[in-house]
Design a binder for this molecule. Sequence first.
Ligand code: GLY
Length: 438
Amino acid sequence: MELEALEALYAAHVATLRDQMTRALAEAGFDGLLIHSGTPKKRSAFDDQYFPLRPTPELQRWAPLTDADAFLLVIPGDKPVLTWPVNRSFWERPAAPEATFFEDHLDVRREDTPALPTGKRIAFVGEDDATAAKLGLADARNPKALLDALDATRTTKTAYEIACLAEANRRAAWGHEALRRAFASGDKSELDLHLTYLGATRQDDQETPYKNIVAAGRNAAILHHVSYGRDAAKAESLLVDAGATCMGYCSDITRTWARPRGAAGETFTGLVVAMEAMQKRLVDAVRIGMPYEELHDESHRQLSSMLVDAGIAKGSAEEIDRRGVSRAFYPHGLGHSLGLQTHDVGCAVVTPRADNPFLRNTSRIAEGQVFTIEPGLYFIDGLLAGLRRTPEASLVDWNLVEALAPFGGIRIEDDLVVLERGVRNLTREVLPVGGDRV
Ligand code: GLY
């Protein structure tokens, strides 16, 4: 993606943001909004090191800055004002923004402190109490009604945001392809693979949307495995869940690869291929107006069939689903909204049913939403030990489970945009295969 293409979409994005903010402020009873990028947090009270700043997402909607103590002031009817301090530190300097076209659409002031209008009710959005207090806005810090209204505006994306998300997918695809090739060509440690991913995507660790999950063999049963092994992984399976960013917008992609050497490896590879087909069916089933939770329930029905077909579960798929057996093999949700945050806001305001405790998207599917579809199947000791203690234990072939446990698990994840008809799969358009033998 050329930056000129993003620039061409940015003016309409800002116009949409200004409309959305005007309505959100009116709903919440404020005259204006001051967004603070944040201040770095200390890693520990016992030393003098700081984490890199994760800027407030609301600020990055307007400008891809990583500077601390930048502010954006939105007053309906006025050009938004960006107060962007000049860095004077001789110790460090924030990264330059990826592009500067935002400067043509905002009133940019290279000053330290925002000038606030008098006589107006201004809300402060940001994490830092002290900054809000210094500006006299301590009592208007993160008002819930306003945050809820702002979150609601983030459930569907503008054309600019979709272009950023598509570019973030393209960048992540370089890394996933590099890891598929590295895994196919020899035994690399998880740490080596993680570093290969960073190199291929031209990202530093702190710039990734979330810590890369690089899990060989049994470690794929740890859903967020980030304690990378240092020894060459001779495993027959590799799960990589990793993304990239563009202008602050995230991609979130998971691929699972198999390198089978024996009978159990062949069975596992069959499961990867079946999961790939299942994930594509779920993508095809996305419909405007459908509750996302219904799609999640459908993923459990399909996984139950898969477990029966593979001989892992005994009985009918209907019974496996109804009696909750699939929940021990697939504990997370089918997916989540995606945007400036990997788990973006606004689509999980309704609590999921009690049997879907980790579902992060309970919205009704709507045009312009961007979300992930990421079904999984894992052999997680703790969950399977729990299942063994229930009457449902008799529905499982435990010898087969034990034979498959060294492969850890499978997850295949794409990022989708909901269109008026069908979806745009941002991931498959740059990374066509979700999982297979390498
Ligand atoms: N891909 C990491 C997560 O969704 O938590």
